[in-house]
Write a protein of this length. Structure first.
Length: 399
């Protein structure tokens, strides 16, 4: 059992005048159940409930058939056998009218923290008479904040990603005559991850010309495009160190092969870059003035700037995502577009800022990572301020 997480959860409940955090799990449906328990539990076949209250020891309510799977965790366990006994136990532990947090998002606005099915929420509201609110803020508070060691791992990963990018651009320029494909470069980057002792769950994005208009494009060996001497190139790469509980770094840069950058590519890059910087400065200025900032507010600002520049319809994803031990983590996203994330940007969390404009012939995205350090927003990854030009006139090397 993760006693430190439970302690943090109790503090959150107390500070926010909440009765309980009720973690419902059915056959692995709720990842936060195992996160709090501290390990994966195999064999569960019936609904199981984890009740955390401010002034009581944590309690598991489980079916008698499943109790042996959790008994070794040293938790207080109460068993039920049928629906009636399950409901009686829940009513006993959670009085009618109690304000209870669950992995639920009203109107589905924060899918990343929504794991309880609608029928179970109906039951808790209608049959138990509970006042159900989202546990999204608890999750951000206890599972989204980085430790100093995690911040250090993130910074190390960011430095290594920049080195890999530089080596990748050099490799492309020196080997352009070999008709390199996007997949070849993705394999090159994955090889560098291994050499630099980094790991990732998938990726990277290596996209030329029209393919860079697809934000989550990942090249396949059979269909990837050849990189030519005048290609436009977008690379998005994310990875973390192989140390325990390390945190991802996630960056996106663009480049032009050859000496000449097309005017429209330059124009779009400047808009994207300025939107990125405007978004960060908005967060920083609000923190400086002790004003709370919600995730959706930053996205709205960025989206308005791109719209005012004439490219609003081509910004087709949220501004940024939470970053943690998963590259898309559990804290606030900068989003008013795909969802509406009303959570505050708070101390100790990290996230990306990555505006993008995607036209028919090419796309541009510029991505940085930000960490809120002692109430001070800090950019934690290398910043691209100019389009990289890749020299393709190098003489062919003889082996």
């Amino acid at each position: 059992m993760k006693t430190e997480l439970i302690k943090k959860a109790k503090n959150h409940l107390s500070q926010n005048k909440l009765s309980s955090w009720l973690i419902y799990n059915y056959k692995g449906s709720n990842p936060f159940f195992e996160k709090i328990i501290g390990k994966k539990i195999e064999g569960l076949t019936r609904p199981i409930w984890f009740v955390i209250k401010v002034d009581q020891e944590p309690l598991i309510i489980t079916h008698k058939l499943d109790s042996n799977f959790v008994r070794e965790e040293g938790l207080i366990i109460e068993e039920y056998t049928d629906r009636k006994s399950m409901m009686n136990l829940l009513k006993e532990k959670l009085p009618t009218g109690s304000k209870v947090a669950m992995e639920y998002s009203p109107n589905g606005l924060i899918p990343r923290t929504s794991f309880v099915d609608a029928g179970t929420i109906d039951m808790c509201k209608n049959e138990l008479g509970l006042n159900i609110i989202s546990s999204a803020n608890i999750i951000q508070d206890i599972a989204g904040k980085w430790t100093e060691k995690q911040l250090e791992s993130h910074l190390i990963a960011g430095e290594k990603l920049k080195e890999i990018l530089e080596e990748t651009f050099d490799f492309i320029g020196s080997n352009i005559h070999w008709k390199l494909t996007e997949f070849d470069i993705a394999e090159f980057i994955r090889g560098k991850f291994d050499r630099y002792k980094l790991k990732t769950d998938h990726g990277p994005v290596v996209a030329v010309n029209q393919n860079s208009s697809l934000p989550h494009y990942e090249p396949k060996e059979e269909t990837s495009s050849i990189i030519t001497r005048n290609s436009w190139l977008l690379i998005d790469l994310w990875a973390k160190t192989k140390t325990e509980n390390s945190v991802y770094s996630d960056i996106t840069w663009v480049a032009q092969l050859g000496d000449t950058i097309p005017d429209e590519n330059q124009k779009v890059f400047e808009i994207v870059k300025n939107t990125r910087d405007l978004s960060f400065n908005f967060i920083k200025d609000n923190f400086k003035n002790n004003k709370l900032v919600k995730g959706f507010e930053v996205d709205q600002l960025a989206r308005q700037h791109i719209s005012d520049s004439g490219y609003g319809e081509f910004f087709i994803h949220r501004l940024g995502h939470s970053i943690g031990t998963d590259v898309h983590s559990v804290s606030v996203n900068l989003d008013s577009f795909e969802t509406v994330d009303e959570r505050n940007i708070t101390e100790g969390i990290g996230f990306s800022i990555e505006p993008g404009i995607y036209l028919d012939d090419f796309g541009v995205r510029s991505e940085i990572n930000v960490f809120i350090n002692d109430q001070n927003p800090e950019i934690t990854t290398p910043i691209q301020n100019e389009i990289i030009t890749i020299n393709t006139k190098s003489p062919r090397k003889n082996n």
